[in-house]
Unconditional design. Structure first.
Length: 464
């Protein structure tokens, strides 16, 4: 899986009817810039209002997921959201001239084909991930029959179990892991409805666009020929067969567990409303749009809660990647101005370093000696040195280069650093290195919380 954000290579369009409204809607998916996310734009409304596809904008979850901002709404977004997520699209603008995304064949496959025809391109910025750090549980429904649980993991996977007490469907489960092909494993599974639910849905002004081409109809109790004819009129279809238990018109399934796979599809589409990619294992029992979107809201709350926590777990018992002697071989600084003790993690785009703050630091002699506090400028300098290691790691002979910082912006101090603290620095490129210019987002953590942050820009140049 790519670590870069992705968007479409070009625009793609589709026209079709909405499942619940029955209205024909024209939809176009457009490429979007990095960090844009997924947005829905109502082109038929004054001002062309746009709705961010995030869980806080969910307004309704009865039979579909509905997004709303102000007076603008877009319903039945879950299949398209699942397809965008499954195809790896992070940024896109979806223009619709109506209030409902077309149902197509009731699966995500038509959207997958459309997106693949348009093509997908990699963008410069890195993807953002939320790594689930603790067991997270949401229970709902009568006797908590619906439950979604997330556990920490290095990759993403989801398991769905369904049991409607149906002799036709039985107990089913479906599994998806990020190394699998979404188009093959999940996308073809179609939406479904029980035969006994159809008349009440129509009476409630729903599924006006439903037919046997976009939904699996489960026949739990066979009905007479007259009743089948009435159902046929509702679908505008003659020759409806519902005289035996199974599926209306003896429909062939794409998978033996297509019902569970479609619930998995809905779950993935609703979890895409978290707004960034996830790392963790998801287990869902009898999920539905309400529970799915509430879980997405819960995860978004955790993202905000954890925003000020370090993303890399430091274990002092593990050998560092660079010890102090290796750092001295890369940086020109020397004690007492060398402020990074070791590097514990480094990639092409990020670095994590450690500074152990002791009472022996020379600056404590004169800086608040009766209540020693590490000077903020030295915390920034330590972050800059850590960033210098990241910058110099991109050249084959770092001992022949130096890093000179050009700008330091947006510096914020959130808590003091005192003797006995361990500072953890995390720096990440904010954009690719160009002509030796390095731009980084820098953070320093202490006691598991954010202490200092800044945006740094430096120039890597060869020594004369």
């Amino acid at each position: 899986m790519t670590e870069k954000q992705q968007t479409l290579a070009g625009a793609c369009s589709f026209s079709g009817k909405g499942l619940h409204t029955g209205a024909t809607v024209n939809l176009t998916i457009l490429p979007a810039a990095e960090g844009h996310g997924i947005k829905f734009c109502r082109t038929d409304l004054d001002g062309r209002p746009a709705i961010d596809a995030v869980a806080e904008n969910v307004a309704q979850t009865s039979r579909s997921t509905v997004l709303k901002k102000g007076e603008a709404t877009v319903s039945t977004v879950e299949h398209l959201m699942a397809a965008l997520w499954g195809c790896g699209v992070d940024n896109a603008l979806v223009e619709v001239d109506g209030g409902e995304v077309p149902i197509a064949d009731g699966s995500a496959m038509p959207w997958v084909k459309l997106i693949r025809q348009a093509g997908i391109v990699e963008q410069a910025q890195n993807r953002k991930y939320y790594e689930i750090s603790e067991k997270t549980v949401l229970s709902s429904g009568e006797n908590n029959t619906t439950e979604i649980i997330a556990y920490p993991d290095d990759t993403f996977s989801a398991v769905v179990n369904v049991d409607f007490g149906s002799k036709v469907v039985g107990q089913q489960y479906a599994v998806f892991a990020e190394n699998e092909d979404f188009a093959e494993v999940v996308a073809p599974s179609r939406t479904f409805v029980f035969l006994h639910e159809i008349e009440p849905l129509i009476q409630n002004n729903l599924i006006r666009g439903g037919d046997l081409d976009n939904a699996i109809v489960i026949v739990e109790q066979p009905v007479s020929a007259d009743k089948a004819a009435q159902i046929g009129k509702l679908f505008g279809r003659e020759g409806i067969s519902a005289d035996r238990q199974g599926y209306l018109n003896n429909l062939d399934l794409h998978f033996d567990n297509e019902i569970a796979r479609h619930k998995l599809l809905d779950l993935l589409g609703d979890l895409a409303l978290v707004g960034i990619r996830l790392k963790g294992r998801i287990f869902a029992t009898r999920p539905g749009h309400k529970a799915n979107t509430e879980f997405a809201k819960l995860l978004r709350k955790h993202i905000k809660r954890d925003a000020d926590k370090p993303t890399f777990k430091y274990n002092p018992n593990i050998e560092p990647l660079y010890d102090i002697n290796q750092i001295k071989a890369m940086l020109p600084h020397r004690p007492p101005f060398l402020l990074v003790d070791k590097i514990i993690h480094i990639t092409e785009e990020s670095v994590v370093g450690i500074k152990n703050v002791t009472m022996n630091e020379p600056f404590f002699v004169g800086h608040f000696p009766d209540e020693p506090v590490m000077p903020g400028v030295l915390i920034v300098e330590a972050m800059a040195q850590c960033g210098g290691i990241l910058a110099l790691s991109t050249v084959p002979d770092p001992e022949n280069y130096s890093t000179y910082f050009m700008t330091i912006d947006g510096v914020k101090y959130r808590q003091k650093v005192v003797p006995g603290d361990t500072l953890q620095f995390e720096l990440r490129l904010s954009e690719p290195i160009r002509r030796g210019i390095v731009k980084m987002d820098a953070r320093a953590y202490v006691r598991g919380s954010l202490a200092t942050e800044a945006q740094l820009m430096a120039l890597v140049t060869k020594n004369k």
